[in-house]
Design a binder for this molecule. Structure first.
Ligand SMILES: *[C@@H]1O[C@H](CO)[C@@H](O)[C@H](O)[C@H]1NC(C)=O
Ligand SMILES: *[C@@H]1O[C@H](CO)[C@@H](O)[C@H](O)[C@H]1NC(C)=O
Ligand SMILES: *[C@@H]1O[C@H](CO)[C@@H](O)[C@H](O)[C@H]1NC(C)=O
Ligand SMILES: *[C@@H]1O[C@H](CO)[C@@H](O)[C@H](O)[C@H]1NC(C)=O
Length: 308
C-alpha cells in the first residue's frame, strides 16, 4: 500500500467525523465576479470554481453588476460568498464593484446577526478586500511586498490551533506548513502584522492566524478569521495547488500542498449553515453562465474562466 492511499483513508475518516450532517443538498457558495480590464464584461477565474467544487460544493457566480435587490435575494438562498484574487483597483472606494462588495459584506453581517450563518471567504485580493471593507478604507492595505510567484511558509500565531479555520488540520500537516513552503503567493499588496494591530477596526474584528515572511524577510498577515463571524481570509492561493499548472509559475503540487488546499475547500463546504430551503432555480443559474476557453492556457486563472 503506498503512502498516498493511507493518506486518503485518513483524510476520508477524518472529514467523515467532522462532517456528520446528512445533507441532501450541496453547499452553495457564491463567487463574486470582477470586471474584465476593459470594464465591459464580468468574469470568474475557473480555478476558484474548481476550488469550491473540489470538495463537493457548488459555485454560483454572483455578477458584480447585478442589481442590489438581486444580490440580496440570492444571498437568502446560498451559504456564503468567496471574494477571489485578481487585480482590481480599490480606488475610488465607490465603484460599482466595490459598492456591490460593501452590500455583500454588510448583508453578511446582518444575516449572521439574525442567526442565519453566512460565510465570507477572501483569497489574496479578496483577503485584502475584506480588510478594506472591515476598515471602510481602501488605504488599509499597503504595497511593496516581495512575494510574487513564490511558495512560502506559514508562521502560526497563538490563535491558530484553536481557531475555527485551522483547529482540524492534522498535526503533521500543520507542522509541515511551518517548515516547508506549501502556500503559493502572488501579491505586492498586503498588510504587516504591526499595521494590522495598529488599526483597531481590524484588531477588534479579526484574529491573525498566521503571518508569512516575503522573500526579503518582511512579514505580512497571511490568514485571518473574524472573532464573531464566519469570515475568513488568506493572502495565499490555495486554489493554485488544486487547479493551476503552468511552466512559468511555481504552483505547488506536492501532496501536502494539495491536502491543505483540499482541507480549506472542505472547510468552506462544512461550515455551520442555515437550514433554509434553497430556491432550486439558483442551481440552474450556473448553466446560464458560459464557461469559455479562448484556446490559450491562462497561467493565472486556469485554462477556463466564466464570463457572465
Ligand atoms: C452594468 O449594468 C449596466 C446597466 O444595466 C450596463 O449598462 C453595463 O453594460 C453593465 N456592465 C457590465 C460590465 O456588465
Ligand atoms: C465616489 O467618490 C468620489 C470621491 O472619492 C466622489 O467624487 C464621487 O462622486 C463618488 N461617486 C459616486 C458615484 O458616488
Ligand atoms: C510532512 O512531512 C513529512 C516529512 O517530510 C512527510 O513524511 C509527510 O508525508 C508530510 N505530510 C504529512 C501530512 O504528514
Ligand atoms: C522556503 O522559501 C524561502 C524563501 O524563498 C527559502 O529561503 C527557504 O529556503 C525555503 N524553504 C524550504 C524548506 O525550501
Amino acid at each position: 500500500m503506498n503512502f498516498s492511499f493511507i493518506h486518503l483513508i485518513f483524510i476520508f475518516l477524518f472529514f467523515h467525523l467532522i462532517h456528520s450532517q446528512d445533507d441532501k443538498r450541496p453547499f452553495i457558495i457564491g463567487v463574486f465576479t470582477q470586471p474584465t480590464s476593459s470594464g465591459d464584461e464580468s468574469f470568474v477565474p475557473w480555478s476558484y470554481i474548481n476550488f469550491i467544487q473540489a470538495s463537493g460544493g457548488r459555485a454560483l457566480p454572483i455578477h458584480f453588476n447585478a442589481s442590489h435587490e438581486e444580490i440580496l435575494d440570492i444571498m437568502k438562498s446560498i451559504d456564503g460568498i468567496l471574494f477571489t484574487g485578481g487585480s482590481q483597483d480599490f480606488f475610488p472606494f465607490n465603484s460599482t464593484w466595490i459598492e456591490a462588495a460593501k452590500l455583500i459584506y454588510n448583508n453578511a453581517i446582518q444575516l449572521n446577526d439574525n442567526n442565519h450563518p453566512f460565510l465570507l471567504w477572501g483569497t489574496c485580493m479578496g483577503f485584502e478586500l475584506l480588510l478594506c471593507l472591515t476598515n471602510n478604507d481602501p488605504s488599509t492595505i499597503t504595497n511593496g511586498f516581495d512575494s510574487v510567484n513564490v511558495n512560502l511558509e506559514l508562521i502560526f500565531t497563538q490563535f491558530a490551533r484553536d481557531s475555527n479555520l485551522y483547529s482540524k488540520v492534522p498535526d503533521t500537516l500543520f507542522y509541515n506548513l511551518t517548515r516547508f513552503n506549501l502556500t503559493y503567493n502572488d501579491h505586492h499588496w498586503g498588510i504587516t502584522p504591526d499595521r494590522f494591530n495598529s488599526l483597531s477596526n481590524l484588531y477588534d474584528f479579526y484574529n491573525i492566524l498566521s503571518t508569512t515572511k516575503d522573500i526579503n524577510g518582511r512579514s505580512f498577515v497571511s490568514s485571518i478569521e473574524a472573532k464573531k463571524y464566519p469570515f475568513f481570509g488568506v493572502q495565499f492561493h490555495p486554489e493554485a495547488a488544486l487547479s493551476l499548472f503552468c511552466d512559468s509559475e511555481n504552483y505547488p503540487h506536492s501532496s501536502d500542498a494539495k491536502l491543505f488546499a483540499y482541507y480549506l475547500s472542505e472547510f468552506i463546504n462544512s461550515n455551520p449553515r442555515n437550514s433554509h430551503d434553497i430556491d432550486p432555480s439558483i442551481l440552474f443559474e450556473l448553466q446560464g453562465s458560459h464557461l469559455l476557453w479562448d484556446g490559450n492556457i491562462d497561467c493565472m486563472f486556469g485554462d477556463y474562466y466564466y464570463q457572465i
